[in-house]
Design a protein around this ligand. Structure first.
Ligand code: SDX
Length: 428
């Protein structure tokens, strides 16, 4: 494998270093390209551009491989817990028993948000989309913890901010739901673990006891593990870009939440359910909608299908599909949307258009059906994605800070008007 790439330009040959990762991914290092050649590269959507080197998550889109710190997602989904995976992503290794207990206890003790933050919820319109609520309240955490604004914070200060972010986001998210249905916010209970506490804050009512269902806890814990990180996706790249200016963690995570909101990214899980309901309400004619998705003149897309990196099955989708079947069977729930989703998957996977473009179900295709069976409303689905992705965002932000990466500032090719002089309005 050559360690140098040669580039011929205008009769000159330039040598550029080749970088090979631990999983044999190859890159041409162009950090000095402009200085050497006066050229930059152009790559709309960064489809072929690496923004960084990272030790956190490895995925192979052709082989359908996803590993967090080297551990296969299939093993973590089966054997680990969301809080243990959060520790693994953030600190790089599986924790010892005492490390995990200390990490989980620290999070438990920081789940309360400042009482003054309750007033934020009262100010939102009743039908405010919870992503808009959690993005702004997450950023507002920085106003209650001004010490988080210090550039170049000490290790202990960073870890305290990380603990606060992980702990308080589940409360912020649950209270966004409660506020949307006009119910009082439920305070967290230290006797519950992270996932139990979230479900308790989501569904308990002050007027009666709430029984935690282990079937739902296990399914949600697995879903959160599957969403925890995914290397340099749109929202994670946003977190890294905002953090690269030395903006605080709360502001960087808030920016990631906003990026995730889009229907082409994390917002797809909400769009999938809306699409399945549209197909159901239209009479369930799956073939009609597969044809609409193929029609260039029709803006309809099969939401939950396709991926920038996976050109094979998204391994998370395969695990979620099985978990979906298991949970609905255990809960005795029959959801016609699941049948429509399976028919849609079957039709698309046997259609040349999707096969040719390597469009397979992605993480968002089945997750909404599980959330719906848990009683989580559609507009909260992308908040659930954010809850799962939070440790990944934090780990990536922490890696970027520790590596002292430069402020992200891409170049451009200007294609606008060349120099022209101002014309007074009387003369236009
Ligand atoms: C997530 O990056 C990550 O890791 C993201 C994520 C994570 O964990 O962070 O995995 C989470 O965001 C999953 C993706 C959720 N989004 C959706 O399900 C929305 C529907 N899918 C697409 O819009 C699309 O597939 C993307 C956005 C996911 C990927 O888009 P790309 O890589 O830019 O590919 P493209 O839009 O250029 O599509 C290539 C071709 C095009 O056709 P041609 O121009 O070649 O004729 O495939 C077609 C597209 O029209 N196509 C689809 C399609 N997705 C792509 N056609 C119909 N239905 C679809 N869903």
């Amino acid at each position: 494998m050559s360690e140098i790439a040669s580039l011929s330009l205008d009769g000159k040959t330039y040598e550029l270093p080749v970088v090979v990762g631990s999983e044999n991914e190859k890159a041409i290092d162009i950090q000095n390209l402009r200085a050497q050649t006066e050229f930059i590269t152009l790559d709309s959507g960064y489809k072929n551009s690496g923004a960084t080197s990272s030790k956190i998550t490895f995925l192979d889109g052709e082989a359908g491989i996803l590993r967090y710190r080297g551990y296969p997602i299939e093993q973590l989904a089966e054997k680990s817990s969301f809080i243990e995976v959060a520790y693994l992503l953030i600190f790089g290794n599986l924790p010892s028993k005492i490390e995990l207990e200390n990490f989980a206890n620290a999070i438990t003790r920081h789940t309360l948000i400042h009482e003054d933050m309750k007033r934020f919820y009262e100010a939102y319109p009743a039908k405010a989309h919870p992503m808009g609520v959690v993005a702004s309240i997450t950023c507002s955490l920085s106003t209650f913890y001004p010490d988080s604004l210090n550039a170049n914070p000490k290790k202990e200060a960073v870890e305290l901010t990380i603990t606060r972010m992980l702990a308080k986001f589940s409360t912020i998210a649950a209270w966004a739901y409660k506020n949307s249905v006009g119910h009082p916010g439920i305070y967290p209970r230290n006797s519950y673990n992270y996932v139990e506490n979230f479900l308790y804050m989501m569904f308990a009512m002050p007027t009666e006891d709430y029984e935690i269902d282990p079937v739902i806890v296990n399914a949600l814990d697995k879903l959160l593990i599957l969403h925890a990180d995914h290397e340099q996706n749109c929202s994670t790249s946003t977190v890294r870009m905002v953090g690269s200016s030395q903006a605080n963690l709360y502001a960087s995570i808030s920016a990631g939440i906003c990026a995730l909101w889009g229907p082409l990214h994390g917002g797809a899980n909400q769009a999938v359910i809306e699409m399945l309901e549209q197909i159901r309400d239209d009479g369930g004619n799956v073939a009609k909608f597969v044809n609409k998705a193929k029609d260039k003149n029709d803006p309809f897309r099969l939401m939950g299908f396709g991926h920038r990196v996976y050109k094979n099955f998204d391994p998370r989708a395969s695990i979620i599909k099985v978990a979906c079947d298991q949970m609905l069977n255990k809960l005795g729930v029959k959801d016609p949307l699941l049948d429509i989703a399976k028919q849609l998957e079957e039709a698309a996977l046997n259609d040349e258009y999707f096969v040719e473009r390597k469009l397979y179900p992605n993480v968002d295709f089945y997750s909404g059906i599980i959330y719906k069976a848990m009683g989580i409303p559609t507009e909260m689905f992308t908040v659930m994605f954010a809850l799962g992705r939070l440790p990944g965002w934090i780990a990536q932000w922490k890696e970027m800070i520790e590596n002292k990466e430069p402020i992200a500032r891409p170049r451009q090719v200007y294609t606008g008007a060349t120099k022209r002089n101002y014309i007074n309005i009387a003369d236009r």
